[in-house]
Each structure stands twice: as structure tokens, then as C-alpha cells.
Design a protein around this ligand. Structure first.
Ligand SMILES: NC(=O)c1ccc[n+]([C@@H]2O[C@H](COP(=O)([O-])OP(=O)(O)OC[C@H]3O[C@@H](n4cnc5c(N)ncnc54)[C@H](OP(=O)(O)O)[C@@H]3O)[C@@H](O)[C@H]2O)c1
Length: 336
């Protein structure tokens, strides 16, 4: 797979980034069990195809995702670009930042992180700034190569700049059903050469077309503001959702897929690349999914198909507004 320079960084990455949230998972974890053997096969196949970009986080399966990725990469570590995400540390923890990062290096069996991000902002601007400064210090010491952010919008991106951070990438929930980023954060990132990495490109599998109706979608994948909170204990946004619009959109997507002969998942991923995503972070559970998602990231859709996808997804965008935090009501949004 062709590799590109990520934002204004020194990193060369594939347009498909392998989402590693499920790695190291056990029964009962968000994505269920994924054995080390499956991860080894998946990572080996990815590297063989020139897919060198892997996205993990401290939070994923409590560090087990990092451990599993580290085991799978082993001797091929040099071929890979690891994106990792740290949670904001409180003042006391900040004093021991190097140990915290060192523990992550141990989990990943590596001596540096290529791209380290702050996973989610917090509302305390001073604390956020102190965390960004700690990352700058870690970069000076060679523990991390580049600094990125995740779920940062205009104010937090400005805060990072103020702290002296040259942000090279920003991870955002972005897909045909969640286009809030396009109003402000995306133009800002483009102007400032911050590579936008689209997470949840398949809306956790919903955009692959595998569910015949909303009722078939597992409750845990219906936690976002698109779906009614009522009667779904997995939800925390407390709102009515936009299920009629979602149903109409998914029906339209299936029809477009039939008409063009391109799978719903490929349409979804290729549309993101055409819209300017630097990389698409897709969670891949199997080698078959990896292959399909990789081919999708290299598919160039005709202009009329892109326009049809824009038109299909616009009503949902208008209904949900520039909603950025997909799991919370606007008054409780964690993204600012
Ligand atoms: N920065 C952040 O705050 C943040 C938040 C969320 C995620 N992320 C990152 O983004 C990655 C991707 O997000 P995500 O995993 O939540 O959502 P996603 O990529 O939209 O969906 C992934 C799931 O969809 C299914 N799938 C994948 N490819 C498929 C295909 N070709 N055909 C049919 N089904 C397919 C798989 O689940 P099944 O086979 O089980 O259906 C897979 O686990 C994560 O792994 C993580 O690295 C970042």
C-alpha cells in the first residue's frame, strides 16, 4: 500500500491504519476475545501489504492491546509506525510521567512511540496544557517521536499550539453517519497541516451493511447519539436519537451499493479518503476484513458516487448538527 507523510510530521504511513482496540481482548471486553494467534496473523499480513500504521491506546483492554501489538510486531517493529494514546494525568501523576511512558514502552516491547496522542481532552485547561508540556519534554528525551491529539476541536487545538506543540495529527470520529468534524475542525486541521485520522470509519461495523435493521445492531454498538437512549442501558446521552433518519440513510447506502456494485464498507472508507482523511483507522477483526478495508482505502470513487454519498448522508448531518462527542448530549460534550 502506498504510504503518505502524516500531516507536518516525519512519519510515512499507510492510508489504512489498523485499529488495535480489540487486540488482547477477552470475553466480556468491549470487542470480545481476540487471541494472540489471530493478532499475529493480522499484523503479519498488514506489514506484508505495506500497511505499517497501528493505533492503540493505554485504555484499550487496560493495556492488553499494547501488549498484544508489541508481541505481534516483535522483530518487525522497525517496519511499523505506532500511534498510542495516553489518558490525561493529574498533577501528582505528572511528576512521574517518564515512568508512566516507560511502562507503555515495556508493554509494547519498544524503546520509543512514533506518535503519542492525548486520548481525550479534559475541561481543566491548565491541566491539559501541563500534559501537553509533559509530552513535549518526552519528545525532547526521544521517548516519543511526534505529538498528536485525539478528539480535540478548535479551542483545544489552539491550546496545544499555545503550549508550543506542533500537532501532527488529530483523531476524530468521522464517517458517513458522523460528519460533525467537517464544519470547523477539519478545515482548521487542513490549513495547519494536521493529518486527520478518521476513527470508527465503519461506525463499528454498521456501515459494512451487515445489519438488516436497527434492531439487529447489538446494544453496545447503539450507544451513540444516533440511537435512542431509552431502553438501552449501554447509552449515556439520554436523548431520543435519530433512528428514522439512520434507517433511511442505511437503506439508501444499500441501494447505492447495489447500483454501483461496490460494498457498503468500501463506499464508506473510500468516501473518507476522498474527503481528505489522512488515514482511516479501521478496527479489523479478521484478515478478510483487513484485506477488504485495505482495498477500500485505495479505491477511487467516481465523482457522481461521491456526490450521491454526500447527498445521502446530509440529512443526518443536519439532524445531528456539528455533534462531535458521539456518546454524550451536546451540553455534556467532552470535546471543545
Ligand atoms: N481516538 C478515539 O477516541 C477512538 C475511539 C474509538 C476508536 N478509536 C480507534 O479507531 C479504531 C476503529 O474504530 P472502531 O473499531 O470503534 O470502529 P470501526 O473501525 O468503524 O469498526 C470496526 C468493527 O467493524 C467490523 N468490521 C471491520 N471491517 C469490516 C468489514 N470489512 N466488513 C464487515 N465488518 C467489518 C469489525 O467488527 P465485527 O466483525 O465484530 O462486526 C470491527 O471490529 C479502533 O480500533 C481504535 O484504534 C479511537
Amino acid at each position: 500500500m502506498k504510504q503518505i507523510r502524516l500531516g507536518n510530521s516525519s512519519l510515512k504511513v499507510s492510508r489504512l491504519c489498523v485499529g488495535c482496540w480489540s487486540f488482547g481482548g477477552e470475553a466480556g471486553d468491549y470487542w470480545g476475545a481476540q487471541s494472540q494467534k489471530e493478532v499475529d496473523t493480522l499484523v503479519g499480513e498488514a506489514l506484508d501489504r505495506g500497511i505499517n500504521f497501528f493505533d492503540t491506546a493505554f485504555m484499550y483492554n487496560n493495556g492488553a492491546s499494547e501488549v498484544s501489538l508489541g508481541k505481534a510486531l516483535k522483530a518487525r517493529r522497525k517496519e511499523a509506525v505506532i500511534c498510542n494514546k495516553i489518558v490525561v494525568q493529574d498533577r501528582e501523576q505528572l511528576e512521574d510521567y517518564e515512568t508512566t511512558l516507560g511502562n507503555s514502552l515495556k508493554r509494547l516491547e519498544t524503546d520509543h512511540i512514533d506518535l503519542m496522542m492525548i486520548h481525550w481532552p479534559v475541561s481543566d485547561a491548565d491541566l491539559l496544557k501541563a500534559n501537553l508540556e509533559a509530552l513535549l519534554d518526552a519528545r525532547r528525551k526521544g521517548i516519543i517521536r511526534e505529538i498528536g491529539v485525539s478528539n480535540f476541536s478548535l479551542e483545544t487545538l489552539a491550546l496545544a499550539k499555545e503550549a508550543g506543540v506542533e500537532t501532527v495529527a488529530n483523531e476524530f470520529a468521522w464517517n458517513l453517519m458522523a460528519r460533525g468534524i467537517e464544519r470547523e475542525a477539519l478545515p482548521y486541521c487542513n490549513e495547519n497541516r494536521i493529518g486527520v485520522m478518521a476513527y470508527m470509519p465503519l461506525m463499528q461495523g454498521i456501515l459494512s451493511g451487515k445489519y438488516g435493521s436497527i434492531a439487529e445492531i447489538p446494544g453496545v454498538r447503539r450507544r451513540t447519539v444516533h440511537f435512542s437512549s431509552f431502553g438501552n442501558p449501554e447509552c449515556r446521552h439520554g436523548m431520543a436519537g435519530a433512528e428514522a433518519d439512520v434507517e433511511k440513510f442505511l437503506k439508501g447506502l444499500s441501494e447505492l451499493s447495489r447500483k454501483t456494485g461496490i460494498s457498503c464498507g468500501t463506499l464508506s472508507i473510500a468516501w473518507l479518503i476522498a474527503k481528505g482523511a489522512a488515514a482511516v483507522i479501521a478496527g479489523c477483526r479478521t484478515v478478510a476484513q483487513l484485506r477488504e478495508n485495505a482495498a477500500a482505502a485505495e479505491t477511487v470513487l467516481p465523482g457522481e458516487t461521491l456526490s450521491a454519498l454526500d447527498d445521502l448522508s446530509r440529512p443526518l448531518l443536519e439532524k445531528l448538527g456539528a455533534c462531535l462527542d458521539l456518546w454524550q448530549s451536546p451540553d455534556k460534550s467532552r470535546i471543545w
